[in-house]
Design a protein around this ligand. Structure first.
Ligand SMILES: [Ca+2]
Ligand SMILES: [Ca+2]
Length: 140
């Protein structure tokens, strides 16, 4: 059973838009939760969050900088984790363009927050397809 576990002792700098005290409180709650024995009580959403964190770090940790994805790491993540999405695209330069779009602070790397905007965008697109599908199903 997957569950949120502590992922390290250091955290990347918090975006100024977030209340850092609130966030650290939430993080410590996650730590308490992970260290309890109730591993089987993880909800679907908690499992999703853990998967996002794990997938990101699986690729980000390939070089010395585990806090962000280099261009090479990002390419590998997209090719491995989003093969169907990639197959449906016809732009051979897509991965490079995605990276450029996501890299908000222009440091040539994709950090977790920037990675989340990819997940966010793709999830919203998928949800639209899901709704269309639902509507079609109801008309029948
Ligand atoms: Ca890295
Ligand atoms: Ca960046």
């Amino acid at each position: 059973m997957l569950c949120i576990k502590p992922c390290g002792e250091t955290f990347s700098p918090l975006p100024p838009s977030l209340d850092s005290r609130l966030l650290s409180l939430q993080v410590s709650t996650l730590f308490i939760y992970a260290s309890s024995d109730k591993m089987s009580t993880c909800t679907d959403l908690e499992k999703c969050m853990e998967s996002l964190i794990e997938v990101f770090h699986r690729y980000a940790n390939e070089d010395k900088d585990g806090a962000s994805l280099s261009k090479k790491e990002f390419k590998k993540l997209v090719e491995t984790e989003l093969p169907n999405f990639l197959k449906a695209q016809k732009n051979p330069n897509l991965v490079n363009e995605m990276m450029k779009d996501l890299d908000q602070n222009k440091d040539q790397k994709v950090d977790f927050e920037e990675f989340l905007s990819l997940v966010n965008g793709l999830s919203m697109a998928c949800e639209r397809c899901y709704m269309l599908h639902e509507l079609k199903g109801k008309k029948k």
